[in-house]
Design a protein around this ligand. Structure first.
Ligand SMILES: [Zn+2]
Ligand SMILES: [Zn+2]
Length: 258
C-alpha cells in the first residue's frame, strides 16, 4: 500500500508526504521548522523518521524549510544539479543531486523526475511508484508549471493518484490586485497552471485507474476551490469520487492508494 498526505499547499508553503513500507518521503518543504514539525506530527509522522526530502525547485514556498529540517533531523536531500547551484542554504548532512531525466530509487519507491517549464533554475516534478506488475501504483505530482508539454502528458499518463496544480482562474488573476508584471509572470508560459490548463490535461486522460485527484497550489488571491473543482469536473467524464482540493492551512489528510 502506498499513501500520501499534504502538510499544506499554496503560495505560502508546500510539502507532500508519500509513504510505502518503511520508506517515507517529503516532497518540498516551504514551512519553517516549528511549523513543519507541528504539521508532520498532526499527520502522525516523527520528523526523524523521514527517509528523504525531494525538492522540486528553489522557490521559497517549496525550499525555505528544507535546510533546517534536514540538519535538525538528519534527513537526506534530493534535488537537481540546477536547483542545487542556486540554493543558498546547502549545508546539509547528505545531498544527492540528479538530472531531471534520471530515475532513481529510495527504499521501495521508484522516483521518476521530469522537467517542467517554470521560472526557476532547473525545476522538476515527480512520478513516484511502488510495487511490481499488476500491483504497481503510480502517484503523479504536477505543480509550478507554466504549460503542459507532450512529454509531461506522457509521463503523467496512467497514474493511480494525481496531485495537480490549479493555481488561478484567469479572470480573477486579470481583475485581481497583483501588479501587471506579476500577472504576466503567473499567467505566462513559465508561470503557473490555470484551472483551464489543468482541466486540459484531463480531457482525454485515461481516468479508469485514477483513485485520487487532488487539486493543489490554489492561489488564495486568484482562485477559489469551487471554480477549480468546476473546471476539472467539466473535463472529466462525470464526477470522480477522489476529487478534492488541498488546503493551505490544513493540507490533506492521508489518502491510500489501494
Ligand atoms: Zn510554488
Ligand atoms: Zn515556483
Amino acid at each position: 500500500m502506498i499513501r500520501f498526505a499534504m502538510l499544506g499547499s499554496g503560495s505560502k508553503g508546500n510539502a507532500t508526504l508519500i509513504e510505502h513500507g518503511g520508506t517515507r518521503l517529503l516532497v518540498d518543504c516551504g514551512f519553517n521548522l516549528k511549523e513543519t514539525e507541528a504539521r508532520l506530527l498532526r499527520l502522525g509522522v516523527e520528523p526523524a523518521s523521514l527517509s528523504g526530502i525531494l525538492v522540486t525547485h528553489e522557490h521559497s514556498d517549496h525550499l525555505s524549510g528544507v535546510g533546517r529540517l534536514a540538519r535538525r533531523h538528519r534527513v537526506p536531500v534530493y534535488m537537481t544539479y540546477g536547483t542545487h547551484r542556486v540554493w543558498q542554504d546547502a549545508e546539509v548532512p547528505a545531498l544527492i543531486r540528479f538530472s531531471p531525466h534520471q530515475r532513481f530509487e529510495i527504499g521501495g519507491l521508484a522516483i521518476e523526475p521530469y522537467p517542467v517549464p517554470h521560472d526557476a533554475a532547473e525545476p522538476c516534478q515527480y512520478v513516484i511508484a511502488a510495487g511490481d506488475g499488476a500491483a504497481r501504483r503510480r502517484i503523479g505530482i504536477l505543480s509550478d508549471a507554466g504549460h503542459i508539454s507532450a512529454h509531461m502528458r506522457a509521463v503523467l499518463a496512467g497514474c493511480d493518484a494525481l496531485m495537480l496544480e490549479c493555481n488561478h482562474d484567469p479572470e480573477l488573476l486579470r481583475l485581481g490586485p497583483y501588479p501587471p508584471s506579476l500577472k504576466l509572470r503567473v499567467g505566462g508560459d513559465r508561470g503557473h497552471l490555470s484551472n483551464g490548463q489543468a482541466a486540459a490535461l484531463l480531457s482525454g486522460y485515461e481516468t479508469a485507474r485514477l483513485q485520487h485527484l487532488v487539486l493543489m497550489h490554489l492561489s488564495e488571491t486568484n482562485n477559489r476551490p469551487p471554480l477549480a473543482l468546476d473546471a476539472i469536473r467539466g473535463a472529466l467524464d462525470g464526477d470522480l469520487a477522489g476529487l478534492r482540493c488541498a488546503d493551505q492551512a490544513m493540507g490533506l489528510e492521508w489518502a491510500e492508494v489501494v
